[in-house]
Each structure stands twice: as structure tokens, then as C-alpha cells.
Ligand binder design. Sequence first.
Ligand SMILES: Cc1ncc(COP(=O)(O)O)c(C=O)c1O
Length: 399
Amino acid sequence: MNTILRKQFLTHVGQTSPSPMLVEVERAEGVFFYTPEGKRYFDLISGVSVSNVGHANPQVVEAVCAQARDYMHVMVYGEMVERPHVEYATRICSLLPEGLDSVYFLNSGAEAVEGALKLAKRYTGRGEIVSMRRAYHGSTHGSLSIMGAPEGEYYKGAFRPLLPGVTSIEFNHTEQLSAITRSTACVIMEPVQGEAGVRLPDQGWLQAVRQRCDEVGALLIFDEIQTGLGRTGEMFALQKYGVVPDIVCVAKAFGGGMPLGGFISSHTIMNSLTCAPVLGHISTFGGHPVCCAAGLAALNYILDNRLVEQVEAKGALYEELLGGHPQVLEIRRSGLLMAVELGASDKLYRMMELFKQEGILSDWFLFCDTAFRISPPLTITNDEIRASVEIINHCLNQL
Ligand SMILES: Cc1ncc(COP(=O)(O)O)c(C=O)c1O
């Protein structure tokens, strides 16, 4: 590692933790990235469910270059008719159930969540929000406010005051749905909880949440920022679990590797941000043409190569190859979003050291530091899965 660059990184780049990985990236391609010394890492995180079509995907790179040559930023979001923007919105809506037919583009996941919360408050005229324990929705004030309590207190307590009127309920606990009332503007949830350590919804539970929202007139928001764009084995987890929310938040893989987020709703609900006040939500760079071109190219790549159809089998292969190891207590999985449970955080931290040494990029979860993550690009081949499992098993054997 270039020691000057490392020192400048630590001095001049804002730090998120006292112990960054400090691995220098020179280039990335497919499911791998490489350091300047030529060390190869298997990327089993995908930038946290971003690089679904693999790194440096030629179709995405070409779309970015072509759009950058045509035009980049022209005018604030919503004023001009920009082809990448319109084509991407039209395409993504064509893949969603009826009633999810209007996209508001933003730059990130947290911004998508902020916009969705405002939309729900504006549409219902209510102020209260229900979220799930161990939920992560982003790091801005609004999205931090709905981080599930009490577990989220560690991350958000120091930043109070936050949004009032937020209640957290336990995922998969039907009796707690009574906390959703006629004062609730919205329930926001991940259909599969990511940072909780990959927690899947019990059969019928998402339907019960939907039903309770309908009973009291609250909107249901699905945060599909990690689960969207094929990760769980359907284009969206809402299709996998058969529940249609009122608003869907997307980001991460939505931009094909470029920064892009959005919330998607019905034309009617979305229109409540248009008047009284006008400019109910605005953003300079939201739906940047280069990001939309990249996202659309990535989506087309997913569809043309039938990636979503292969996700379940690839996830099952990981499960089959890893599940028998005596150190693995459990594998929680939805498609290619996986948590491999070791049962103890000291084992997990040791695994992280071994992974770094042996050329695997993985991590743990914000609310679960006893399991490691496997969420590779959806383009990973069966041979690459086998090769990565060989390294993982080699690391597990050293615990
Ligand atoms: C489920 C979920 N929602 C929201 C976010 C926030 O997205 P961003 O980091 O783009 O603001 C994340 C990020 O990890 C996430 O996993």
C-alpha cells in the first residue's frame, strides 16, 4: 500500500470509524477488485448490494461515457424532459405492479427514504411513523429517526433531537401491529431486513402488515434499497413475498454503480408533492442523467442476461457448500443476500482478519456482529462461487 496515500486518506478524508480496512483499490472487474500490488479480492459485499451487474460492466461503462458526452447536469430535477430519466422511470414502472407507476429520482438511499416519509405525511395529513426494530434506513436526520429502537439507540442517541412520533415494532410479531393506528402516516420497513443480519418475513406477516395499514388508512412503505433489482431472486422482494406497498424506496443497485435513489408510488399519491406547497420535494442532482443512463443500462443487462432467474440457484449453491461446516450455525438467506451465522462476535472478527489476508471482502451487519455477509454481484458464476467457498472454508478451518 502506498504509505503517502494512506496517510493522506487518514488525515484529509473524513473517517467513519477508528479502524478502516485500509485496502487500496486499483481496479475492479466482475466479482473481483485488485490492489496496486496485484492482490485479488473476491467482492462478497457488492458495495452493500450495489454492484449487482458486476464491476466495470462494459454495458454500463459505455452508457455512462455516451451520456456524459451528450450532456451531464443541465437543470434542477423536474424541470426539463431528459431522456435517460424518462426512459428509466418508464422501464422500472413496467416491471412493478399496477399502482407503482411514478418515480421520484434522488441521489441516495437515505434521500429516497426522506422523500418517501414526507410523501406519506403529506398524503395522509398525519405525523406518526411506525418502523421496525433493527431496521436501517440511512444516516440523515429523518432516516436515523426511524432506525429501529432500542437497538438503534447506539447509533442515533447522540444526535437527538430527532423526528418525534416514531414507534418501533418487532419484525414478524403480529400482536404488535396494533401500534399502527389512525394517527399513523406510514409504516416503513425492509421486506427482508438487511442490517438486522438478514431476517426473513414469516409466511403471511407482510400481508398482515398490509391489512393493518389498510384498516387504519396508513401508507405502507417498503425500503427495497438492498433487496431491489434482483437481489432476493425476484426483481423486487415485494414480488417474492406477494405484497404491494404504497411506496417503494430504491437506491444502491438502482444506479448500476452510480449514485441514484428514488421513491416510487402511484401517480395520485405522488402528485401530493406537486401542489400546496409547490416544490414539495426538490433536489438539484436527483436523477442525474449519467446515473439514470447507468441504472437503465444495468437494468437492461439484468433482464437481457436473465440474472434474476439464476439468483436462487446461486444462493442455494452457497448454502449447500457452506452449510455443512461445523463452525456455521445457520445460514439466513433470501436469494443472494446471505448471513452466515457463527454465533460469536470474536469468531466473526477473527474471520474478518482471515478474509482480508486470504482475499475475501465481506463484513458483518449493523445489528448483528456474529454473522458475515455474502451478497456478491449477481453475475457471479458457479465456478466463482466454488472458488470463493474454498477460501471461506479455509478461513473457517482456522477458527
Ligand atoms: C435498507 C437500507 N435503506 C437505506 C439505506 C441508506 O442508503 P444510502 O447509504 O444510499 O443513504 C441503506 C444503506 O445501507 C440500506 O441498507
